[in-house]
Design a protein around this ligand. Sequence first.
Ligand code: HEC
Length: 112
Amino acid sequence: MLRSLLLTAALVGIASVAQAAPAPAAQHPGNAATGRLLVFTCHGCHGIPGYRYAYPNYPIPKIAGQHYDYLVAALGEYRKDQRANPTMQAQAQALSEQDIRDIAAYLSSIRK
Ligand code: HEC
């Protein structure tokens, strides 16, 4: 009896530790800290005031605070030439799939 009580207590202990652990990697595989460093070059276009490129004058989408899945999908499409934009295709093709997940983790973590 005492043995099974101790066993139960130990299992409950393990369960609460497991709950406190961060979400499994499969659910959120990007590393925001790495992504923060990777988006440095993106700011030249995506971080400008008013989100319009100076010359030629064209709109730049706002990507900070965008959803993780959307960012991974958009960058993946540029990377595979499934979304046509020479600038962003070149940008995305310079990134690995892990870079894209890291960038998406960072950008989606920004709250405005
Ligand atoms: C030279 C300017 C420039 C740079 C540098 C640049 N982008 Fe872009 N980005 C654009 C433009 C212009 C678009 C809109 C393209 C289109 O219409 O498909 C865009 C679109 C996007 C989109 C799609 C947004 C949406 O709402 O669908 C994402 C995501 C994105 N860029 C991420 C990045 C990331 C991450 C980087 C850095 C690795 C980066 N961009 C660097 C100009 C740039």
